[in-house]
Design a protein around this ligand. Structure first.
Ligand code: 8GP
Length: 824
């Protein structure tokens, strides 16, 4: 402890240039972070060296998004120095919790996809997999949300303003990134046609490394994020022409590439700068991967034995064309050889079946920005379509019928002709990879049967499932110390590394004393949340209420509106005196809406309007409260999830690819009210469906309802309570003086076809909520189920997911000496 204290003081003075006697929490947080980083860097160097020494096969995880959140607490826990740090900082006059608050969340992602990437890096580090995360170091991450007059207002997330003590910026290792320009054709000595791309613009990519430690194993992996740097200041000619201000402007223009994260979740915006971001990140990453590979290898055909590249959705899919370009134009390999290398190296994860999220890029834009890549994509497509034709005409063409060949070719082509001629990035990712995976069982089945059915017939082995998982380090151990300590006192700490060990809790569910202790841990977390809400929102929570929580991005398919209709109905029953047996509850909502997503923003406004009415109504507000949590983010989730008793997972069946929040809640002892969707299905199977509150129509039922003509008006007319709730929303009951404010929301349900079947599931949802309320009155039974939920969540560890990726897709093994925990 004395060593850590000394290091902290040294950093306050020599790294931060401050007087250690002036007790600034900001300085002491930074100094502590630097002292922790010092303890990581040695192991990081040893880890990286061991990969070279053992010629380990490396895994590269390419993702345009990461959501690490805050690093301090997690890193202290992984290093096993949390208690030491707590005492050391307390000696220095600080509470560790307060210091941790000084850190800004690294919010370099939108939601589930980015958070999954961060859980995966944590698991690779813990399992000893030689992994690297690659991404972009956005200067501005996901916007900061404030709620003003009930509406979302976006503010810039200037998370880097005060620096980042965790990152190493490596300004000496810059990689050139080229755009635009032209392609020249030439013939080599064997008479083969060759191509050289001379680019118009060049920008530089600077690596920033953030260290990701494993749990108690000395294994530290790297998350390398690229930051755009202009090459202008290196271009002396520019200055010699005397155009100094022009040079500065160009510099600012170039550095715009890594300025901001696009804040849309599952809606494609197709902006030119976004494509630039993708290529910028991809080419820098591929150059770095090959630089490392070439240190030990000359023969490029050995690449797939040494390198696995996982594409996190299609955002990095241009990497396939980029690797082809390098192999063809720089290494001068033949097409077939280069293509084999690519397919064996790449694998692709799909995260959504929503059509509006499937990426396409206009051919005209690609031709201009990346002319050589567009040529390569055309060539990939031509060869692929010939192959499709061959398979279709072959005897074993199965269900492929060659009469239908033209349609089939149009459907699977990399190029779509309408509405504008564009490249379908998912098709590029599928044919350029040896593995395509979905993220939960149902999702993968839907990929095979619906979204990519043609590809499933063409490549029956390619599409596979890897159900998501979450890291128990952050989402149980670090976020929920009261519960973790209780669990550890009964079964030891092995569950942090091997989550299956939680099954040892099962017999304890029958022990009244353990149940009481379990409830005490929950209450402690509820009180902690209460204190936080009081500080932040100046509101008093009732900790004896059932805490019912719906936090995630705001999206119509996630059906926050269904939850809101339940709230309005409960409000009406209470007002009308029809709810004598109502179980008091506080309903929490939280989540960001894409700034351009009109309906999602209106939903936020409606929730806040309902909250204001309900909370102000003294007839009901001792029994029902509604809280909107502004600026939902990773660190807020860490506070809210441990305090939650009811987890809302109520997406339209078939629409939520997996969900990972659902896992975090159950792991922390919340019971789930949910639809038969995403990974909630597998959770219900693992836990026992009777221990969750499952309701609503299933995916196949919805398909058939749609086919037979779904008429939301029938539900409206047939259900008095539903009608009352919708009419109130449409009138100005919640928006005095602003008649019609929420009409778009209601009209969308009644006259817009209710694409997400809110009305179809309303009545069943109410029934399930009634069951929840009733069960909550029986605290012993509730607690028993809560314990069993957590005890059966072992499968949903990201360690299990990553082990499957490693074995079934990447063919990589953990580093020797790390398999059993402690490393060298
Ligand atoms: C999300 C899915 O919606 C969620 O169900 C899943 O748990 C998570 O990915 C991790 O797999 N999908 C996205 O965030 C997503 O598809 N973003 C679009 C831009 C592709």
């Amino acid at each position: 402890m004395e060593g850590l204290k000394k290091d902290v003081i040294r950093h306050v003075v020599s790294s931060l240039g401050s007087d250690y006697a002036s007790k600034s929490a900001y300085n002491y947080y930074n100094a502590l972070a630097l002292a922790v980083r010092d303890r990581l860097i040695d192991n990081w160097i040893k880890t990286q060296r061991s990969y070279y020494d053992e010629k380990a096969k490396r895994v590269y995880y390419l993702s345009l998004e990461y959501l690490p959140g805050k690093s301090l607490m997690n890193n202290l826990h992984c290093l096993g120095i949390y208690e030491t740090a707590r005492k050391a900082m307390s000696d220095l006059g600080f509470s560790l919790e307060d210091l941790a608050e000084q850190e800004w969340d690294a919010g370099l992602g939108n939601g589930g996809l980015g958070r999954l990437a961060s859980c995966f890096l944590d698991s690779m580090a813990t399992l000893g997999i030689p992994g690297y995360g690659y991404g972009i170091r956005y200067d501005y991450g996901i916007f900061h949300q404030v709620i003003e007059d009930g509406k979302q207002v976006e503010q810039a997330d200037n998370w880097m303003r005060v620096g980042n003590p965790w990152a190493y910026e490596r300004g000496q290792h810059l990689f050139p990134v080229r755009f635009f320009g032209e392609v020249k054709n030439w013939t080599d000595e064997y008479g083969r046609l060759r191509h050289t791309w001379t680019a118009g613009d060049t920008v530089l990519a600077m690596p920033c490394d953030m260290l990701v430690p494993g749990w108690d194993n000395h294994h530290v992996i790297n998350m390398r994020l690229w930051s755009a740097r202009s090459d202008v200041e290196f271009d002396l000619d520019f200055f010699n022409t005397g155009n100094y201000l022009g040079a500065v402007e160009e510099k600012i223009f170039d550095e715009k590439i890594s300025k901001v994260l696009y804040p849309s979740d599952q809606i494609e915006e197709g902006r030119e700068l976004r494509l630039k971001q993708q290529y910028f990140f991809v080419t820098a990453t591929i150059q770095d991967i090959l630089r490392r590979f070439r240190k030990k290898h000359q023969d490029m055909t050995e690449l797939p034995q040494s390198v696995a590249i996982q594409l996190n959705d299609t955002h990095p899919a241009i990497a396939i064309a980029e690797l082809m370009r390098i192999l063809l134009d720089e290494d001068l390999l033949d097409w077939e050889v280069a293509w084999d290398i690519c397919v064996s190296t790449f694998a692709y994860t799909n995260h959504t079946i929503l059509p509006e999220a499937l990426e396409t890029w206009p051919v005209s834009l690609l031709e201009r920005m990346l002319p050589r890549h567009m040529q390569i994509i055309y060539e990939i497509n031509a060869r692929f379509l010939r192959e499709v034709e061959r398979v279709a005409r072959s005897e074993d063409c199965g269900q492929l019928c060659h009469r239908d060949l033209d349609h089939l070719k149009q459907r699977v082509s990399l190029i779509q002709e309408r509405p504008i001629k564009s490249v379908r990035m998912a098709h590029l990712a599928i044919i350029g990879s040896h593995s395509v995976n979905g993220v939960a069982a149902l999702h993968t089945e839907l990929l095979k049967a619906r979204v990519f059915d043609d590809f499933q017939r063409l490549y029956p082995q390619k599409i596979n499932n890897k159900t998501n998982g979450v890291t128990p380090r952050r989402w149980l151990w670090s976020a929920n110390q009261p519960l973790s300590r209780l669990i550890a006192s009964h079964i030891g700490t092995g569950f942090v590394r091997n989550l299956d060990e939680l099954t040892q809790l099962e017999p304890l569910a029958a022990d009244p004393a353990f149940r009481e202790a379990w409830r005490a841990a929950k209450l402690e977390n509820k009180q902690r949340l209460q204190a936080y809400i009081k500080r932040k929102l100046m509101r008093e929570l009732h900790t004896e209420h059932l805490f019912d929580v719906h936090i995630k991005r705001i999206h119509e398919y996630k059906r926050q509106v269904l939850n809101l209709l339940h709230v309005v109905t409960a409000y009406n029953r209470l007002r009308h005196g029809q709810a004598a047996d109502f179980t008091p509850r506080t309903v929490f909502f939280g989540g960001k809406a894409a700034p351009s997503y009109f309906m999602a923003k209106r939903i936020i406004h409606a929730i806040n309007a309902v909250a204001a009415t309900v909370n102000a109504d003294s007839r009901v507000n001792d029994k029902l409260q509604v809280v909107y949590l502004p600026n939902y983010c990773v660190s807020q989730a860490e506070r809210v999830i441990p305090a939650t008793e009811l987890s809302e997972q109520i997406s339209t069946a078939g629409m939520e690819a997996s969900g990972t929040g659902n896992m975090k809640f159950a792991l922390n002892g919340a019971l789930t009210i949910g639809t038969w969707d995403g990974a909630t299905i597998e959770m219900a199977q693992a836990i026992g469906p009777e221990l969750l509150f499952i309701f609503g129509m299933r995916e196949d039922e919805l398909v058939s309802l749609r086919q037979h003509g779904y008429n939301p008006m029938l539900y409206y007319h047939g259900d008095e309570e539903l009608r009352e709730a919708l009419d109130m929303l449409r009138s100005d009951a919640f928006s005095p003086g602003q008649h019609g404010l929420f009409a778009p929301l209601v009209d969308n349900l009644l006259h817009g076809g209710d694409r997400f079947f809110v009305l179809a599931d309303y009545r069943q949802y109410l029934g399930a909520q009634q069951d929840v309320g009733r069960l909550y009155l029986d605290q012993e039974e509730w607690t028993r189920r809560s314990i069993l939920n957590a005890a059966r969540m072992g499968f949903f560890s990201s360690d299990r997911a990553i082990s499957q990726y490693a074995r079934e897709i990447w063919d990589v093994a953990p580093m020797a000496g790390l398999q059993n925990g402690k490393g060298a």
